[in-house]
Design a protein around this ligand. Structure first.
Ligand SMILES: NC(=O)c1ccc[n+]([C@@H]2O[C@H](COP(=O)([O-])OP(=O)(O)OC[C@H]3O[C@@H](n4cnc5c(N)ncnc54)[C@H](OP(=O)(O)O)[C@@H]3O)[C@@H](O)[C@H]2O)c1
Length: 327
């Protein structure tokens, strides 16, 4: 029987266990995928702790994304055959040796990506694209400030901001993290320190503000980043990895003529399916040209899934964390 990480009660990663899970027969339109790698995302940890907006029924297997090979396809599936590489995307199910997915949850692997890169491609890049392009409408020549810039969704925004022709300023908490952001194209890197954010930005931009802030962190960085906006700037609220949801004085938005926008990349497509196709087309195109390639900073075998999760929750991740299986 294949192994899977199981969350039977909400709580920290110590409460999760690796268990044998019986295979079930495929239904119409389904595929069985043998995973080779699964991406670890911050929301996995929130979901297991009961703190994420989507609360799946217990028990469940965490993990938004994985990549591997098709080992079985329902008779009515013609788009994939046994042996094809595939990346899979779902709300739960990644931290496992296998998954069963509907056809809509499987995608061919973009050319040029290995299993670890494909297993970390979708969530971060879909989030960055949904935020920068479909919500924020970033334009060439604009200045983009990315917070949490060496994290999963942050680093994707650094790479994508450059592809979209922006000047990218990356904020991260350590020299190693800033080096990763720089290696992925950031024009400038600054320390993620709330008290020093605006002086560092002034050193780079003078009195000019930033046109867009991409914020997956929240907490103390929110207010200085909001104050750093230029007239008509956009502030993209992507997440709260700091653990603190900030409050703000609404006059700050009024004074800047600013738009403060929430981003839920998955929900955007669920509510407006027409957003899906242009997203996927553009992301595959960039990947095929070698422009989007997740930076894999840490690899853990499935048995060490707790260490993988704690690397993310402990703020130690440099780029992406992957769990590998079936090697
Ligand atoms: N809106 C959406 O559609 C969407 C989609 C996916 C994820 N998210 C959200 O985006 C956020 C980031 O996710 P991610 O997968 O990019 O996480 P990640 O890889 O762990 O990156 C988060 C970054 O936040 C910073 N941070 C500040 N305080 C932290 C703390 N106490 N613990 C951990 N990190 C801290 C860290 O950067 P520094 O150390 O450099 O400050 C870290 O690199 C999460 O809140 C997640 O739920 C939103």
């Amino acid at each position: 029987m294949p192994l899977a990480v199981i969350c039977r009660e909400v709580g920290p990663p110590e409460r999760l266990a690796l268990e044998d899970v019986p295979r079930r027969p495929l239904g119409p339109g389904e595929l069985r995928i043998r995973h080779r790698a699964a991406g670890v995302n911050f929301p996995d940890i929130l979901m297991c702790a009961g703190g994420y907006q989507h609360k799946p029924p217990l028990p469940f297997t965490p993990g938004f994304e994985a990549a591997g090979e098709v080992i079985e396809a329902a008779p009515d599936v013609t788009q994939f055959k046994v042996g094809d590489p595939a990346m899979v995307h779902f709300r739960t199910g990644g931290y496992a040796e296998e998954s069963v997915v509907p056809l809509a949850g499987a995608m061919p692997m973009p050319a040029g990506l290995d299993f670890a890169e494909a297993a970390t491609f979708v969530t971060a890049n879909v989030t960055a694209y949904g935020a920068l392009v479909q919500r924020g409408q970033l334009k060439p020549g604009e200045v983009l400030l990315v917070l949490g810039a060496a994290g999963g969704v942050g680093l994707a925004a650094v790479e994508m901001g450059k592809l979209l022709g922006a000047t990218v300023i990356a904020a991260a908490s350590s020299p190693q993290k800033r080096a990763v952001a720089k290696s992925r194209g950031a024009d400038h890197v600054i320390a993620a320190e709330a008290d020093d954010l605006r002086p560092q930005l002034r050193d780079i931009l003078g009195e000019r503000g930033v046109d867009m802030v991409y914020d997956p962190v929240g907490g103390d960085l929110f207010e200085p980043a909001l104050r750093a906006l230029a007239w008509d700037g956009r502030y993209l609220i992507v997440g709260f990895a700091s653990g603190t949801i900030p409050s703000f004085r609404a006059n700050l938005a009024l004074l800047k003529g600013a738009r403060v926008m929430g981003v839920r990349a998955g929900e955007m497509v669920r509510r407006d399916p027409s957003l899906y196709e242009p997203r996927v087309k553009q992301l595959y195109g960039w990947a095929a040209q070698g422009h989007l390639k997740p930076h894999i900073g840490h690899r853990f075998p499935l048995a060490e899934f707790r260490a993988a999760m704690e690397t993310v929750s402990g703020r130690r991740a440099l780029g992406r964390v992957v769990i590998t299986m079936n090697d």
